[in-house]
Design a protein. Sequence first.
Length: 247
Amino acid sequence: MMRMDGSELAARYAFPPNRLGYCGKGSFHSVLLEYSRGKAGAGDLRIELCRFQAHHAYLSLIARENGLNPFDKEVVRAFWIGNRLLESVRPGALRKFIAKDLMKGEQAARARKLCAHLPEGILPHHSFNVLYINFVSRAVPRTIRNFDSCCITSGKVRSVSGDSAIVMRDSIGYDSGFIIKPKKSAVSLSRGGMRFLPDVEKGDALSVHWGMAIESLSQKNERLLKEYTIKNIRAINDSGVARRWGR
């Protein structure tokens, strides 16, 4: 993949959970493969990405609150990594989003409870969907291990062997509240015929989603990812919502 626009960035992060059957449609994998071979375009990716109900809803919320397009690269980066666009999302808009866009129908009662207990200062970063919403899909077991796998974390490469790497990464844990702690992990560089990073070396900083390396991170994006993840963790912990995971 040579061109990194907002559609490709969104597709990269969407790929690992889609491969696990958690979100999106089965056709997404083949379209992404065709895109990587230059046989499909960004428009084809966007058609598939619109079928990721929760993902597209978050991008639309951030875009709407900032007067941008859902697949603007900065909108996509705001959701997955974090940036100033998140600060423009009003608490009232976030509550309305939960009830009207993210959850409806049979999950309406759950949506009302989440809106009623919305932590002060929380932002619609991807960590919000994992650690506060605790997943929209019922296909994913709600465990600390899965929260860690799903949250985007950054890691420094210790070694590379073929299609895998050992990284020391930030990891989501629990100790009377959510915490971030260092953890050595094996990370896939290739999955389902897709490899986003052809050249990975010791010392590289990577983002990780469901055990797969997604992109190389600049120092700025490493900092922003940690900053917005910690911001949401603090908001959740201060609200007392996280205490149920200690039972």
